[in-house]
Design a protein around this ligand. Sequence first.
Ligand SMILES: [Fe+2]
Length: 232
Amino acid sequence: MTEESPFSIQAMELGPMENFVYLVHDHATGRAAVVDPAWDVPAIIRTAEARGVDITDVLLTHSHHDHVNGIQELLDRYDAQIHLLKDEAAFWGHYPDRPTLHHGGDVIRLGKTEIKILHTPGHTPGSACYQLDHHLISGDTLFVFGCGRCDLRGGDPEQMHQTLKRLSTKLPPDTIIHPGHNYAEKTTSTMHEELEGNPFLHFDNPDDFVHYRMHVHDRERRSPYHPVPRDR
Ligand SMILES: [Fe+2]
């Protein structure tokens, strides 16, 4: 018999930009963390109340407006601790009061659930992914069959190439990806599917990746993204 997971991850698609806000529920304690609270905070609260959980933590993947614009409204209702990477706080400059600032590799404990924060620069300097067992909440770093843009302030396509290489070689192939936007034909995938079908994972040469990310991709592809064969 397989052991039951100590947590569950519920996706809420909110706002005009197809953002995914996630509710991570620790079953043992009834505590919950919201990843990237934005857009429709009453919907987040309704989801938490329907589950009977208490929101004690807020996890930020990065500081872009469409991922953080619900923080204050959520804090007005819940006394929650905010977590983000130190590098993103420095980049952002005006983060909410008293966040916990992490380094990549730190483990956040939500009751019995362990959440590892990974530093994944490229979309922003302090972008983070959150790893929970074989799940990865990937923000705007890795989308299903896509990746975050690198042409905004703080973006760096060379770093993105290294980040995606590291994630795709270090994480087990059965890792389930929970992206920051609903840009694909389906809402989640596995790292194995990404290795096969995500064109951004098909480049060994950093210069080729940078050229594709910065000058080719957005002309060639429109969401919803479909898999691209590796041998294209
Ligand atoms: Fe973003």
